[in-house]
Design a protein around this ligand. Sequence first.
Ligand code: HAM
Length: 419
Amino acid sequence: MIKAIKGAKDLFYEGITPWHELEETVRNVFENFNYSEIRTPVFEETRLFSRSIGEETDIVSKEMYTFTDKSGLSITLRPEMTASVVRAFIEHSLGKKFNLNKLYYISPMFRQERPQAGRLRQFHQFGAEAIGSGSPVLDVEMIILANEILQTLGLKNLSVKINSLGTPAERENYREILREYLKPNFTNLSETSKIRFEKNVLRIFDSKDERDQAIVEEAPKLLDYLGEESLSLFEEVKTLLKEAGVKFEIDSKLVRGLDYYTHTTFEIISGSVGSQNALCGGGRYDLLAEQLGGTATPGVGFAAGMERILLACKNEGIELGKQGNVKLYIIRLEKELKNKAFELALFFRKKGIKTELDYLNRSVKAQMREANRISAEYALILGGEEFQRNEVVLKNMTDGSQQNVSLANPEVVLTKISK
Ligand code: HAM
């Protein structure tokens, strides 16, 4: 049997309805903050991602779905959206259209990671990017946006973590300081961290290995090596967050797994899911547009993992996407009335009534059983003597009461069931 790819999921029936409510909530909040939707292709030239996310990151070096198309072009299924949004921003000269572009997305992403709860190979993110301003107000707006969506869903067990990664020069200087600090302990580091020591030393902070964690616990902090300008930006972010009443922690180990960040980074963590507890992450990327060949334009954004959010909701007992039952089930007594039943169903559907009928040539008893099984609120019974008199029987499935209604005026049924 051919099955779906490991780490990629089919969604249907009660599995899809929570997504609808989540997507609706996301759209409402983004629209209220005046963000406009952007959709970009699911695949891009591979070099877009290697250039922006960084060659040495786990995403680019290990996790991308990359293939060569028939023209010999290296193509990658997008592992994230920021690179694509900035590419589109440059390609369509959006900076000339608006000084500030506030964009949002709800889209599938692809990373070949080891699947586990909250970690998939095809997963979905919603996120926002504001391109065109270096104002820390936008850094804070991103955190508030993400928080607002999570809180609107009813999530409680959340903590906001923030950090600043400063400028590339400040980070480079700090990398050397960190390497000096780690050198005496090099042999005690995990194999992954030994590799990261050379290639991407800051990522040692992300290690889940307990020995690594003990070693970096006392490491010098990047925040202590930032220049005045970076520090004052960070101060402003903290002040604005306090003024907005957002509780946060400063986490100097929050380095993020993508290379394009400058200054503010943040994550929102849930205490209600397992080890994959970052519901969202983001930060500022003031040099990315220029790195991708555009004019220098500052930007800031975030993305949230929708599977993780739904898992957190489930674990906190939040039921999303409860569906209304079928309002009206049309039962026909004689088989010859099947076309009339269909015609009536179309009439009520057009009036906005969720209506169902039999398509399987079921017996009358089986139709009644089906109406009960799907918890239809009313049944409209068509046939017999009543039909000869141009009447139908409307049955209330909850209390069993029934009444005859003239078929000449189906609007009457409408008023009775809409009460
Ligand atoms: P990221 O931290 O790589 O950032 O991903 C953001 C969120 O996507 C994570 O916090 C997590 O909830 C979810 N996520 C990531 N990988 C997976 C996976 N394999 N399975 C399920 N969920 C996952 C970015 O993607 C940046 N583009 C965020 C950003 C936007 N920064 C600035 N603008």
